[in-house]
Write a protein that binds this ligand. Structure first.
Ligand code: GRF
Length: 208
């Protein structure tokens, strides 16, 4: 990435909670399905189980508390931590804070997110509940680039999950989550295997 030759792609994971998508990515790397390394896992919440899981795996796990900080001020701290770790891609994995436009411009087309619906349907919170309440027959999940809108950036990969008679938010969420765990790693792998990500170093906003 960024014109750097050899070496594995370095992922920076941002999370706020459970961290099952992060664990799935770490498992894919361990199983050799994803040729990358997790350079840093950053949580904005001290009590995030995902942060504990990162520590348990011996990864570079960083707590950067966000409480009381204005959005861009916090994001500037985040960027310092990510740059210190020379990351190539930022992977949001249940990261429950909106990113500032400043941060998104700092890492253009290098921030990924996973969302539990078939975007552009049901952006925002409670996507599985929105899908059930709407009465759709199929939902799913989406890996996409993050832009300045709400869950609106270019789509990288999706998986379809049928809604079954009698589904609750919990049962549908669990089936969607299984697919999330599969496609997040696949989407990262496909990006890394594709044409090189745009070298942003010359524009003064290097990704590593
Ligand atoms: C997932 O459903 C993901 O799609 C959404 O937040 C949830 C995070 O789950 N963005 P986990 O923390 O990865 O287990």
């Amino acid at each position: 990435m960024s014109g750097a030759p050899a070496g594995k792609a370095r992922l920076g994971i941002l999370l706020s909670g459970r961290g099952s998508n992060f664990v799935a990515i770490a498992d894919s790397i361990a199983a050799g399905r994803l040729d990358a390394e997790i350079a840093v896992v950053i949580s904005n919440r001290a009590d995030a189980p995902g942060l504990a899981a990162a520590r348990a795996r011996g990864l570079n796990a960083v707590l950067l508390p966000s409480q009381g900080l204005e959005r861009e001020a916090y994001d500037r701290q985040l960027a310092v931590e990510l740059r210190k770790n020379h990351i190539d891609l930022v992977c949001l994995a249940g990261y429950m804070r909106l990113l500032s436009p400043w941060f998104i411009r700092e890492f253009p087309m290098r921030i990924l997110n996973i969302h539990p619906s078939l975007l552009p349907a049901f952006p925002g919170l409670d996507a599985q509940r929105q899908a059930l309440e709407h009465g759709v027959k199929f939902s799913g999940c989406t890996v996409h680039f993050v832009d300045e809108g709400l869950d609106s950036g270019p789509i990288i990969q999706q998986a379809v999950v049928p809604v079954i008679e009698g589904d609750t938010v919990e049962t549908l969420s669990a089936r969607i989550l299984n697919e999330e765990h599969r496609i997040y790693s696949e989407a990262i792998a496909s990006l890394l295997a594709g044409p090189r990500l745009v070298d942003t170093e010359s524009s003064g906003t290097p990704a590593r």
